[in-house]
Ligand binder design. Structure first.
Ligand SMILES: Cc1cc2nc3c(=O)[nH]c(=O)nc-3n(C[C@H](O)[C@H](O)[C@H](O)COP(=O)(O)OP(=O)(O)OC[C@H]3O[C@@H](n4cnc5c(N)ncnc54)[C@H](O)[C@@H]3O)c2cc1C
Length: 386
């Protein structure tokens, strides 16, 4: 898979790359400064079928696979991460849980509008009290007649409060079984009484992406909004996060490669001491190291995706891909900003945006420490007992 992409994958990559260069690049800087959600660009991505990439045609999807989504995320991330995370969260966190675990009725109800990109879904696992320890969920859902009554809050939820958000799936404690919390996943339609969202957070990066806190105050949803089996919510979401890590790795590789693109151009244009700065070996080596990081990180996510598509266990590979790629993005953003000198610190150049956007990649969908915990556990190094 990774030596040469098939014609279909290559065509998709080319189409998304062109969209990113022609449509996103010219406008994203201003939207970013105004922290504006890019509705028009999201609509175009919807029309291109990007929100339906890995879903079957019967739901309005493109009948592709998860690797196709990753290629699209890489090409978008190469130009802008807010666009890429809006797609990533919409597909892999919003729609995918419904596709993987939903009933036929739930899939038919929600997936067509999510696949079209006309509506967005979100995924609410993290709570204000903590995200890494996802089992420490405090939000509750009590069964009352034919309803769930939800109380609690969620923090940092992507795509949760846009004008086109239609559903947020949240984890909640639905009981206690064998002395352990029973955590289930429940779909909450946007605008449901008792469900409110905060104003958008003011963020360091991903400024065009929608991130909010969610509040549930005796929010009632019908019992059939339970996603999959009762008590399986925690396991469902862990498996969704395993896949999501490959997607975040792809997005990270895009950012890392975007830094190389920008630096190659700038190193030829910018002169110092009578020479293009690209003629200095210090700059050449920096750019070479950046390319090495992007390339090796890409191999890591391709390898994880290949295992996942073949139905092999891929948890450790996904964690490695996410760890390596987010680190590559962070290092490349730092080096790119250095190569741009003072202009690297100006918002008018994309590298400043890359610098602000890179850090979250080491935090979201499992921090780098959590990835190391997963890798160590896979190697048989037991976690400390509580
Ligand atoms: C912009 C943005 C978008 C997001 N989107 C979503 C979303 O759509 N849905 C969603 O559910 N969540 C979302 N998140 C939440 C994100 O997944 C969490 O922020 C992340 O998992 C970390 O959780 P936390 O912030 O609570 O940090 P904490 O869990 O409080 O961790 C704090 C620090 O302690 C470290 N740490 C924790 N436990 C250990 C340990 N056992 N060993 C070593 N170190 C440890 C962590 O690595 C970190 O460095 C988003 C976050 C951001 C910032």
């Amino acid at each position: 898979m990774w030596e040469e992409l098939s014609e279909e994958y290559e065509a998709l990559r080319g189409t998304v790359a062109e969209f990113a260069r022609q449509e996103v690049a010219p406008v994203i800087g201003e939207l970013y400064e105004r922290a504006e959600f890019p509705y028009a660009l999201v609509a175009k991505m919807g029309a291109m079928g990007l929100f339906g990439l890995p879903f079957p045609e019967e739901y309005g999807g493109m009948g592709g696979d998860y690797f196709a989504l990753c290629l699209a995320l890489e090409e978008l991330g190469r130009v802008d991460s807010s666009m890429a995370i809006t797609l990533e969260a919409g597909v892999s966190l919003g729609a995918m849980p419904i596709y993987r675990f939903g009933s036929a009725a739930q899939q038919q109800h929600w997936l067509p509008e999510l696949c079209s990109g006309e509506k967005l879904g979100a995924f609410g696992l993290t709570e204000p009290g903590g995200g890494s320890d996802a089992g420490a969920t405090r939000t509750t859902a009590r069964c009352d007649g034919s309803d769930w009554v939800i109380n609690g809050s969620k923090a940092f939820i992507t795509n949760s409060g846009t004008d086109i958000t239609s559903v947020v799936t949240v984890t909640a404690i639905t009981g206690v079984s064998g002395g352990r919390k029973e955590i289930s996943a429940i779909m909450v339609p946007a605008g449901q009484p008792g469900f409110t969202v905060s104003e958008k957070y003011s963020k360091v990066g991903w400024s065009c992406s929608d991130t909010r806190e969610l509040y549930f105050d005796d929010c009632r949803v019908p019992a059939h909004h339970l996603l999959g089996e009762r008590g399986r919510g925690y396991a469902q979401f862990l498996s969704i996060l395993d896949e999501g890590r490959i997607a975040i790795a792809a997005l990270s590789v895009g950012l890392a490669q975007g830094c190389v693109d920008e630096c190659l151009r700038y190193a030829r244009e910018r002169h110092a001491f009578g020479h293009a700065i690209g003629s200095f070996q210090a700059i050449q080596f920096k750019i070479a190291d950046m390319e090495v990081r992007a390339h090796t990180a890409r191999l890591a996510y391709y390898a994880a995706a290949a295992k996942m598509l073949r139905g092999k266990p891929f948890k450790k590979d996904a964690a490695i891909a996410k760890l390596v790629s987010s680190n590559a993005a962070m290092e490349n953003a730092r080096d790119a900003t250095q190569i741009f000198g003072g202009y690297g610190f100006m918002n008018e150049y994309p590298v400043g945006r890359f610098y602000r956007d890179a850090k979250i990649l080491e935090i979201g969908e499992g921090t780098s420490e959590v990835q190391r915990m997963l890798i160590a556990r896979h190697l048989g190094v037991e976690p400390r007992q509580r």
